[in-house]
Design a protein around this ligand. Structure first.
Ligand code: PHE
Length: 356
């Protein structure tokens, strides 16, 4: 065939080749006028049809239109494929790989914590007592006046109440309610339960938080932790008590720490004692932490007063026992040589991380 459309097929093939070389929608959009639009060689051919006679012009026009349609369809098809590929690439790039997160690819911002020093010390102390044959029990932190004081042989207005500066809880009840000032009320709960279930004897330790309206200092906190010990059995003597305290201090602090018992007074024990160890900050030489005495009091102890056994319905002629209660925070302080106990509550990561 001759005439203006002589090379039409070759022109179309050339346009389709150019089209195939474009690799992005953006590039394709920029070149579209050259392929199928105003600046396309097809548009130029259109103009050249003006010189043909009407019949030849109609035929040529139809052929040209078919060629344009073909090129336009190819442009549209290629644009769709490019757009789909681009969307695919974007999704792939945005994907959050949780496998990487678990493997630590998100650094530093997520760090595992660890139990605090007090919780860890409590667990270690429990282990020591469990190894000695004690069970572990717990009691409430909010107690009635009866459990915290009266059942422990401390009636209202007894002068010994001054030993425990107390936080009172106003629940609008006629009964007086307190934050427990020591773990000793848990003794009462345990003895009551044993009487109810007929499960005497008792050999238990009871750790937990206690509260006193004290001004915190180097060895006191207003919210602190004690572990109470209670043995109720037949034929228990002070030697059993002294033996338990000695065994526990050796197991927890080691053999080169001195222990001593000093006569003391508690309304619920008779006789009563305080037990102390050599101050671990100054090794007994005297320092600010031990108020220059060389000794640190860990807690109190004594033989159960018969009045306490009677208050819960245990016959003091058949049963006897001892109790002790000492500070968990104090043990942590001595074991790790922390000169000021208030460091335990300050949440300073540099301090806490030493005990991970
Ligand atoms: N509960 C007493 C205190 O916290 C300690 C103690 C417990 C003393 C058991 C004797 C027997 O001060």
């Amino acid at each position: 065939m001759t005439g203006p459309l002589e090379n039409l097929d070759a022109v179309v093939e050339e346009l389709l080749d150019q089209l195939a070389a474009f690799t992005s929608v953006e590039e394709l959009d920029a070149h579209e006028p050259v392929l199928a639009g105003r600046r396309s060689p097809l548009a130029a051919l259109q103009k050249s049809l003006g010189g043909l006679d009407p019949e030849a012009r109609r035929d040529a026009g139809a052929r040209l239109q078919a060629a344009r349609t073909r090129v336009e369809a190819a442009v549209e098809g290629h644009r769709r494929r490019l757009a789909a590929a681009e969307r695919e690439r974007r999704l792939e790039a945005d994907r959050l790989d949780l496998g990487d997160v678990v493997a630590g690819a998100v650094p530093d911002t997520l760090r595992a914590g660890h139990p605090g020093l007090v919780a860890r010390t409590q667990a270690e102390l429990e282990d020591v007592f469990v190894a000695m044959g004690f069970r572990v029990a717990e009691g409430p932190e909010v107690e009635s006046d009866w459990y915290n004081f009266e059942a422990l042989n401390i009636p209202p207005a007894h002068p010994a109440r001054g030993m425990w500066d107390t936080f009172y809880v106003d629940l609008g009840e006629p009964e007086t309610v307190v934050l427990r000032t020591h773990t000793s009320p848990t003794q009462v709960h345990l003895m009551e339960a044993a009487v109810r279930d007929g499960s005497l004897p008792i050999h238990s330790v009871m750790p937990g938080r206690c509260y006193r309206r004290d001004t915190p200092d180097a060895r006191h906190l207003a919210a602190f932790h004690q572990v109470e010990g209670l043995v109720v059995d037949r034929g228990i003597t002070f030697a059993d008590l002294a033996g338990v305290i000695e065994t526990f201090t050796r197991a927890y602090f080691g053999t080169d720490v001195d222990t001593r018992l000093r006569p003391s007074y508690f309304p619920f024990t008779e006789p009563s004692a305080e037990f102390e160890i050599t101050c671990q900050i100054c090794r007994g030489a005297g320092c600010r932490t031990c108020s220059h005495t060389g000794w640190i009091e860990l807690g109190g102890c004594g033989m159960l007063d018969p009045a306490v056994l009677e208050a819960v319905g245990i016959d003091p002629d058949e049963w006897s026992g001892f109790a002790f209660g000492f500070g968990i925070d104090r043990c942590a302080q001595m074991r790790h040589e922390i000169a000021d106990m208030r460091a335990l509550t300050e949440n300073d990561a540099r301090f806490l991380e030493q005990f991970s």
